[in-house]
Ligand binder design. Structure first.
Ligand code: ATP
Ligand code: MG
Length: 137
């Protein structure tokens, strides 16, 4: 069993979609073993997404991630990292498979409702950015 970091983005919390998104994780066999809602500052969003600092959309991404509350989560299950990315669907909702979170809920390539770690190392880093060991049960 594996853990991954997930974040429900401001476009989704704004539209009251937390429960519908969580149902998709649970239906896929992912267990929500930690969860908290918080409102990131632009600086905190910038720190979280610092790997994208050179990308042209970085500033827009940081603005967006600080534009409203997010829900930070740890998901656990067999192949949780790959499974979560499958449930999320492609970054651009126009390319996302039917039934995925992004196909059903995302508004655009930027405002795409969810984030999920892409590898074991980033999962570990991203989980510890938000949670202490005691908060994951
Ligand atoms: P995430 O890292 O959020 O799980 P991802 O791995 O599918 O998504 P990345 O390429 O890592 O996508 O980009 C990180 C995030 O940056 C995207 O989820 C999206 O919110 C934003 N983003 C990516 N491409 C663009 C773009 N062309 N214009 C605006 N925002 C973008
Ligand atoms: Mg990514």
């Amino acid at each position: 069993t594996e853990r991954t970091f997930s974040m429900i983005k401001p476009d989704a919390t704004k539209r009251n979609l937390t429960g519908k998104i969580n149902a998709k994780f649970e239906d896929a066999g992912l267990r929500i073993v930690a969860q908290k809602r918080l409102h990131l500052s632009k600086a905190q969003a910038g720190e979280f997404y610092k790997v994208h600092a050179e990308r042209p959309f970085y500033d827009e991404l940081c603005e967006f991630m600080a534009s409203g509350p997010v829900v930070a989560q740890v998901l656990e299950g067999e192949n949780a990292i790959a499974k979560n990315r499958e449930v999320m669907g492609a970054t651009n909702p126009a390319d996302a498979d039917e039934g995925t979170i992004r196909a059903d809920f995302a508004e655009s390539v930027g405002e795409n409702s969810v984030h999920g770690s892409d590898a074991p190392e980033t999962a570990k880093e991203e989980i510890s950015f938000f949670f202490s060991g005691l908060e994951i049960v």
